[in-house]
Design a binder for this molecule. Sequence first.
Ligand SMILES: C[S@@+](CC[C@H](N)C(=O)[O-])C[C@H]1O[C@@H](n2cnc3c(N)ncnc32)[C@H](O)[C@@H]1O
Length: 439
Amino acid sequence: MNKSARAIALETLIRILQDGSYSNISLNNSLNNSHLSQTDQNLATRLVYGTVQYKIFLDYQLKGLLKTKITEKYLYPLLLMSLYQLIFLDKIPDRAVLDEANKLAKQFGKRHSAGFKIANGILRSFIRRGVILPDESDQIEYLSVKESFPTWLVQYFIDHWGEKRTQKILQSFNETAKNSVRLSSLKNKGKTLNGLRKLGFDPQESLLSSQVAILSKGGVSETDLFKNGDLTIQDEAASLVVDAFDFKGDEQVLDACSAPGGKTVQIAENLTSGKVTALDIHEKKLRLVRQNAKRMGVSDKLVAKAVDARKADQYFSGQEFAKILVDAPCSGLGLLRRKPEIRYTKSKKDLLSLQKIQLDILDHVSHLLQENGGLVYSTCTISTEEDEDVVKSFLASHPKFELVPFKLKKIASNSGMLKILPDSYGSDGFFIAKFKLRG
Ligand SMILES: C[S@@+](CC[C@H](N)C(=O)[O-])C[C@H]1O[C@@H](n2cnc3c(N)ncnc32)[C@H](O)[C@@H]1O
C-alpha cells in the first residue's frame, strides 16, 4: 500500500525527533522512496519542517494536557505534527486533523493500543483551550517559546544584537527559505532566465547578486536547465563568498573544505588555464563535488583529494596556491531556515570547539599561499566565536596576513569582513573575511 503524505511525514519525524536524524536527509530519503504527487510531497515537507521548527512552541502547548505517560514512540511526534496543523495550517479543518491523527495512530500503534484515544483526547482538549504562551515579563522564556528557540540561543542573540533585532532575527529564521539558484557564468544568462520563465519559475533577481535568481517554487532540480548545468541551487549569501576573490583565470586555487562543491564549481567557472584543488576530510563527500563539477561542465578544472585540511601542509610542497578558500565546518546557525533542528542540537560549547578546528585549518593552509595571494574565510554561521573572533585570533598569530576590502556584485566590505544576518536580505546568515599575505 502506498503511504500517505502524513504517514511519510510522521515516519520522518519519528526518525528526526526520536532517533536524532537530520531533517533534510531523512525527508529526502522518505520522499525518494515514496510515490507521492508533487502536492503531497509539498505537504509532507511542510509538516516535517514546520513541526521540527516549532518543536519548543508545540511542546509547550501540551502543558497540562498530558494526563498519561506517553510510551509508544510514534505518539509524541504525532501530537506535535497534529498541533502544528491545528495552529499553523488554516486551510486544513480541525475535523480533518483529528481524523487523520486517528488513522495514523491506528497505523503506527501496537495492536489493541489505546494510542488513538489518547491522541484524540489531547487534541480535543487543545482545541477547547487554544494556544498558550509564557508571561511576557520574562522575555527570554517568552521568545524561546513563541519563536521556538532554546533559551541559550535567545540569550545569545540578545547579548549580541539586542532585544528588538533578536525578535526580527528569530522571526526571520522561522520564515520559509527562498528557492534560490545561481546561474552559471559559462552559460547565457538571458537564455537561462527565459527557460525558467517558460517553466513557470518566475525568476526574480536577488538583492545580493545579479547572478542569482529567486524562484517562485521548488522543483528546479528536476528540470533540464539544472541537469545541463545552466544553473545550480545555491543560497544568495553563499554565492557571494567566491565573488570576494578577483580572478585572473590562470591561478592555482585551493578549496580546503569543498564538499558538496557549490563553491568549488563557482571557482572553476572563473578559471581559464588555472585549476581548483578541492579537499574534504570525507572521501565519500568528494563524489558530490565531482558530480557537481561534471554537471556544471567544469570537471577539467578540478583536482579532488580526500585530505584533512589541518594536515594540508604535509600534502603540498610550499606556497603553491594564489588563492585559498576556507569555507569552514561551522555550527550552521545561519542556516536555521533550511535545517531547523540545528537550534536544538548545537550548544554554546560547540561554538568554541568549532573555533579551534577553524583556526587549525586556517593555520595549516596559510603556509600554502603565495605572497600577495588572497585567502577567503567564510562560514554559514553568525556566531562571533566562529566569525570575528577567528579572524582576530588568526591575525594575531599570523602577522604577515592583513584584512583587505572587497567589492561584490551589489555590496562591498570596506573592513575586509562582511556579516549577513538572516533578516537583512532574507538570505541565509553568512560571514566572509578576506585576507592578503603581504609580500
Ligand atoms: C561548510 S561545508 C563546505 C561547503 C562547500 N564549500 C560548498 O560550498 O558546497 C564544510 C565542509 O568541510 C568538511 N570538513 C570538515 N572538517 C574538515 C577538515 N578538517 N578538513 C577538510 N574538510 C573538512 C566537511 O566535510 C564539509 O563538507
